[in-house]
Design a protein around this ligand. Structure first.
Ligand code: CMP
Length: 481
C-alpha cells in the first residue's frame, strides 16, 4: 500500500517536472516571437518584458519547488532514515523546504528583476513586519516552541507523555508547526499547542525505555507476607507484556487498618499498553490468591470467603467431581468408594488463560485432571514453544513426573480459564496397591506421550519393553511389591 503510494508520488513528480521543463523550454525558445506578439496585442500598461519575466518567475519558481521536494526526499527519506534509523520530524522537513525554497526564489527573483532592490524592500517593510508579528504572535510562539521541542528532543513519536497538572496522557503521534498530537487511551486525538507544551511539566515514558508501573493489592493479617510476596511475584512475572529483563518487585507499603497493603512494581515491554497490563496483573493476583488460599482484606466477607476459596472440597462439591473422576479412563477400574475418596483428597485450582500450570524441568509430585476448560502441552525447542497436544475436560496430565519421579517433561498452559483437580502422591499410592492394573494402563499412556514429546506421534505401537521399563520405574518409585 505504502509502496504503491510512493510509486504514484514519484510518477506525479516526474510528470510535473517534465511539464515544467517543457514550458521553460518553450518560453525561452519562443521568447522573441512571444515578445513581438505581446507588443502588437497588449495595450495594457504592463510592459511585455515584465509579463515575460513574471512568466519566467512562475515557471522557475515551480522548478525550484520541485528541486526542493527532490532534495528534501533525498535528504530526509534516504540519508536521515538510513543513518539515524528513524523518520525525520515533520517540522524539520518543513523548515528545510521553506528555507531552501526562499533562497532559490530570491536568487531567481534578483536575476529576473535586477532593478528591484530586495534589501530596501525588506527594510521599508518594518512597520508591516511589526503588524504581521503581532498578528502571528501565537503562531510564531508555537513555531519557535516547536523548534525548541525538536532541538531538545524530550520525546519522540511513539512515546507516552503526560502533560501538565491535568496529566493529559497519550501516545505521541506527531509534532507539527503548531502542535503536539497525542492519542489518548480512549483513542481520542488531542492537539496540544507547542507553546503550552513547552511551558508545562511533561512526564515522558520513552518507547525504548523499560518503564515501570505500580499495582496495589492487600491481604488479611493472617496471611503470611512471605507467602503472599512469593505467590504474587511468580504469578505476575510471566504475564504478557511484563518485561522478563527485570523481576517484578512485590513489597509491603503499609500495615493498614484491615489488612496488609502491598505494591507490585513491574516493568513493561510496551508502555503504551499499561492499562491492559495492569488489568492482567490484577487478574493474575486474583487467580494466584485463589490457588494459594490467600484472601483480600474485605473484612465482612473475609471469614466466609476464605473457607469457600480454600481448595479442600466440600460435600456439595463432590457430586460433579466424582462424576468427573469416574469418567477419566485410567480411573475406570476404581470402585465407587475409591472414586469418592479420590474426589475428597483432590484439590481444586483455577488458572487464568495463558497461565502456566506445569513448567518443564520442575519437580512434580502430583497429577491433574482437567475439570473445566482446556490446556495445551508444549515443549521448549530452541527457545520457542512447540505445541504437542491440547487436553480437554476429563483428560489428565502431570502423571509422568508423579509416577516416575523424573522432572516435568513439558509446559502445560491454560488456553482458557481452566479448573483442574490435583491428585497427590499419597492418594495414588493407595490406589496402586488395590488396583495393580492401573500401573499398566498408565505405563502405556506415558509411553505414548513420550513418543509425542519426541515429535514422532505416529511412531508405531508402543513397544512392550518400553512399557515394562515404565512399569518397573513406577513400582520402584512407589515402592510397590
Ligand atoms: P509431566 O512430565 O509430569 O508434566 C508435563 C505433562 O505433559 C506430562 O507429565 C504429561 O502429562 C503431559 N504430556 C507430555 N507429553 C504429552 C503428549 N504427547 N500428549 C499429551 N500430554 C503430554
Amino acid at each position: 500500500m505504502a509502496r504503491t503510494r510512493s510509486k504514484n508520488r514519484l510518477l506525479l513528480f516526474l510528470i510535473a517536472t517534465a511539464v515544467v521543463l517543457l514550458f521553460i523550454y518553450l518560453l525561452y525558445g519562443f521568447e522573441g516571437g512571444l515578445l513581438s506578439y505581446l507588443r502588437s496585442h497588449v495595450t495594457h500598461r504592463a510592459q511585455p518584458e515584465t509579463i515575460i519575466s513574471v512568466l519566467k518567475l512562475i515557471l522557475l519558481a515551480a522548478l525550484a519547488y520541485l528541486i526542493v521536494r527532490a532534495l528534501r526526499a533525498l535528504l530526509f527519506n534516504l540519508i536521515f532514515r538510513l543513518k539515524r534509523g528513524y523518520e525525520a520530524p515533520t517540522l524539520a522537513r518543513n523548515i528545510f523546504s521553506i528555507a531552501a525554497f526562499t533562497i532559490f526564489f530570491l536568487l531567481i527573483f534578483s536575476e529576473l528583476f535586477p532593478q528591484v532592490n530586495l534589501g530596501a524592500l525588506f527594510t521599508t517593510s518594518a512597520i508591516f513586519g511589526v503588524i504581521l508579528g503581532l498578528a502571528l504572535q501565537d503562531t510564531l510562539g508555537n513555531f519557535f516552541a516547536g523548534i525548541s521541542l525538536h532541538a531538545d528532543r524530550p520525546f519522540q513519536v511513539g512515546d507516552v507523555i503526560s502533560v501538565g497538572q491535568q496529566r493529559l496522557t497519550g501516545v505521541v503521534e506527531g509534532i507539527t508547526w503548531r502542535a503536539v498530537k497525542i492519542r489518548t487511551f480512549q483513542n481520542h486525538i488531542v492537539l496540544l499547542s507547542n507553546s503550552s507544551v513547552a511551558k508545562e511539566a511533561i512526564e515522558v515514558c520513552p518507547r525504548t525505555n523499560l518503564n515501570a508501573r505500580l499495582v496495589y493489592f492487600n491481604t488479611l493479617y493472617t496471611d503470611s507476607p512471605a507467602k503472599a510476596i512469593h505467590i504474587v511475584r511468580e504469578a505476575v512475572r510471566e504475564a504478557d507484556n511484563v518485561s522478563q529483563k527485570i523481576t517484578p518487585i512485590v513489597r509491603i507499603r503499609n500495615l493498614g487498618e484491615s489488612g496488609i497493603e502491598y505494591e507490585i512494581k513491574y516493568w513493561l515491554e510496551d508502555y503504551a499498553r499499561y492499562n491492559d497490563t495492569d488489568a492482567l496483573v490484577r487478574q493474575r493476583v486474583w487467580y494466584a490468591f485463589r490457588r494459594a488460599g490467600l484472601t483480600f482484606n474485605f473484612p465482612t466477607r473475609t471469614v466466609e470467603l476464605e473457607r469457600k476459596s480454600r481448595t479442600a472440597i466440600t460435600e456439595s462439591d463432590q457430586g460433579p467431581l466424582i462424576e468427573r473422576l469416574s469418567a477419566v479412563d485410567i480411573f475406570a477400574p476404581l470402585s465407587a468408594e475409591e472414586t469418592v475418596t479420590l474426589a475428597k483428597t483432590s484439590v481444586r485450582h483455577v488458572f487464568a488463560p495463558g497461565e502456566v500450570v506445569i513448567r518443564a524441568g520442575d519437580a512434580g509430585s502430583s497429577m491433574f485432571v482437567v475439570h473445566n476448560g482446556r490446556v495445551q502441552v508444549q515443549v521448549n525447542e530452541n527457545g520457542r514453544a512447540r505445541p504437542v497436544a491440547v487436553l480437554n475436560e476429563g483428560d489428565f496430565f502431570g502423571e509422568m513426573a508423579l509416577f516416575t519421579g523424573e522432572p516435568r517433561t513439558a509446559n502445560v498452559v491454560a488456553l482458557e480459564e481452566t479448573e483442574v483437580l490435583e491428585i497427590g502422591h499419597v492418594a495414588m499410592k493407595g490406589l496402586f496397591e488395590t488396583n495393580p492394573d492401573l500401573v499398566e494402563a498408565l505405563s502405556h499412556i506415558i509411553a505414548e506421550r513420550r513418543q509425542g514429546l519426541a515429535d514422532r506421534p505416529d511412531g508405531g505401537p508402543v513397544q512392550d519393553d518400553e512399557s515394562a521399563g515404565i512399569i518397573a520405574s513406577i513400582r520402584r518409585f512407589f515402592r510397590l511389591s
